[in-house]
Design a binder for this molecule. Structure first.
Ligand code: DO4
Ligand code: MG
Length: 284
């Protein structure tokens, strides 16, 4: 079942029907003992008339990113494609070896990605930095963990990245990754106690002037690390009172000749969750 945060409150969507969620604080919802059970009880209690909010109502609402006081963290080099592209881009900076090592190391690469104020919601803009000439989106399955380190849901994430800044020196990673609107999340949180199947596809499409400029697809079978292991590392001596999002890394990187341009439209689809769509902006 899907949990949406909107300008008129939170909704749970199940089987094409949307129901208002009385508890509207995501900070509280994400730490419930059983969020899935709570949302189920809302759906089951509805008699199909008075509580049902028609799809028209939900579609006229503004869908906001599903985040309040959570942090966003990210895992890196969890797909072979990311390892290889990063080895290439950082070769002249002497960083080529690091990426191969972290790909096969026991400890994953985990980095801080965003606070809620830096996160773009569905239908709004992500940013490319004014001091960068080579920018790409990174389409990533994003885990939602509660304050106990349990994975309670999934959303679609875009880990916007400045490849020239990261490639110049791996120590510039925070500047390549963390800036205003460098992250997008949404359109909802798929709340499920079941892990997503490894056959789950992740699709990226970049549209420029009405034409597809780049499209590619991967599946979770290519993700080298188990989501539970990534969360377990993140929670080592680290607490998240409101829960946290954890992006699981990208398996899709456009060819080196490709860079995002202002007004491009980025569509990331992970079927059981939905499509996250953002256009690209630069400057204020
Ligand atoms: O190592 C740098 C970042 C890697 C990353 O963001 C990814 O693999 O998705
Ligand atoms: Mg990434």
């Amino acid at each position: 079942m899907k949990l949406y945060r909107t300008n008129v409150g939170c909704f749970v969507e199940d089987n094409g029907h949307s129901y208002p969620v009385p508890l509207t604080s995501l900070d509280k919802l994400f730490n419930l003992d059983d969020l899935h059970g709570y949302l189920m009880s809302i759906v089951e209690k509805s008699d199909g008339t008075d509580l049902v909010v028609s799809e028209v109502d939900l579609s006229s609402a503004q869908i906001l990113p599903p985040i309040e006081n959570q942090e966003v963290w990210a895992a890196g080099v969890t797909y072979y494609r990311s390892r290889s592209a990063r080895m290439e881009e950082s070769k002249s900076a002497g960083g080529g070896d690091f990426y191969d090592r972290v790909y096969s190391a026991e400890r994953p690469e985990l980095f801080f990605k965003a606070t809620a104020s830096r996160v773009a919601g569905p239908g709004s803009s992500v940013r490319i930095r004014a001091d960068s000439k080579w920018n790409v989106p990174e389409p990533e399955l994003t885990l939602l963990a509660n304050n106990r380190g349990q994975i309670i849901g999934y959303t679609v994430g875009n880990d916007m990245s400045s490849r020239d800044i990261e490639g110049e020196n791996p120590l510039y990673l925070p500047q390549a990754k963390v800036y205003d609107r460098s992250c997008a999340l949404g359109p909802c949180v798929l709340v499920t106690p079941q892990p997503l199947p490894t056959t789950t596809p992740i699709r990226l499409e970049i549209v420029r002037g009405g034409v597809v400029a780049f499209a590619a697809e991967t599946t979770l079978a290519e993700l080298k690390r188990a989501p539970e292991t990534l969360v377990e590392y993140l929670f080592r001596d680290n607490s998240f009172p409101f829960g946290t999002f954890l992006m699981t890394g990208t398996g899709i990187i456009p060819p080196d000749s490709f860079t995002l341009k202002v007004a491009d439209s980025i569509r990331i689809t992970i079927d059981p969750i939905g499509t996250l769509e953002n256009d690209v902006m630069q400057g204020r």
